[in-house]
Design a protein around this ligand. Structure first.
Ligand code: SAM
Length: 239
């Protein structure tokens, strides 16, 4: 499995700080995946519920049992949650088919005075990692679901229509870590669904050229302290 927690190492403290979990807070982590942000929130919270639609991701999360943390297999767009003080997410709220419906559902889960703090990607064009890998392979990713909340105007409309007050957007630029060296970064890229799909479409000679181009691109991003790509996200907070 791609080591997402390693990739996110520079975003982790940024989100933690923005969440500002208070002693005893009840917290909901949306699209919690393997649960690193859920466990981070639990250090101060009274209770954290991590929700994800993927049983496979939750299996990984449950391998690190943590006091005052529970995990739930559910679609956060429609599940009727118990009220919480804080909803958080690290890149887990962009994938809803019906964004307004999903955020309206999440808004219902917030107690009066509760807060939303979510990390989402800025548009693909601002995200080197999302451009240079398909470019090296010589193809285009078809799935734009990671970038649905990239536009401030669109996202502000969605959040206010869903009943959230005062959405604020803080631009965050952190490197994404793909591996200690070219070979580990290359292995990591090949674990990702989209590069796999692009490579699978190529004939053997073209695939060989694409793999060489991918390695050369990764070498150009090898800083000596890991293979790093620029990235750009928003931390969105709302009440
Ligand atoms: C990019 S991953 C981020 C995982 C986690 N937040 C982290 O930072 O490690 C996005 C996660 O959102 C989950 N997800 C997507 N749609 C969802 C939905 N409707 N309800 C709950 N989880 C969802 C996916 O299964 C996936 O685990």
């Amino acid at each position: 499995m791609f080591d997402y927690d390693a990739e996110m190492r520079f975003y982790r403290p940024r989100l933690r700080e923005a969440c500002g979990v208070r002693d005893g807070d009840r917290v909901l982590d949306v699209g919690c995946g393997s649960g690193q942000t859920t466990r981070d929130a639990a250090v101060d919270a009274g209770h954290v519920l991590g929700v994800d639609v993927s049983e496979r991701m939750l299996e990984h999360a449950r391998r690190q049992p943590t006091p005052n943390v529970d995990y739930l297999l559910a679609d956060a767009a429609t599940y009727e949650f118990e009220p919480v003080d804080l909803i958080i997410s690290r890149f887990g709220v962009m994938f809803f088919d019906d964004l307004l419906g999903a955020f309206t559902n999440l808004r219902r889960a917030l107690r009066p005075g509760g807060r939303l703090v979510v990390l989402v990607w800025q548009p693909r064009r601002e995200n080197e990692w999302a451009r240079v890998i398909p470019e090296a392979i010589g193809g285009t990713y078809r799935d734009e679901s990671a970038f649905t909340l990239g536009s401030q105007d669109v996202t502000r409309d969605i959040l206010t229509s869903a009943g959230f007050a005062d959405p604020t957007f803080t631009a965050v630029h952190e490197p994404l870590y793909y591996g200690a060296d070219v070979e580990s970064a290359y292995a990591n890229v090949l674990r990702l669904r989209e590069p796999q799909a692009l490579l699978a479409e190529l004939d053997p000679a073209a695939a060989e050229r694409a793999e060489a181009a991918l390695r050369a691109m990764l070498a150009a991003h090898d800083t000596g302290n890991g293979v790093l790509f620029d990235s750009a996200a928003w931390i969105i907070t709302a009440e």
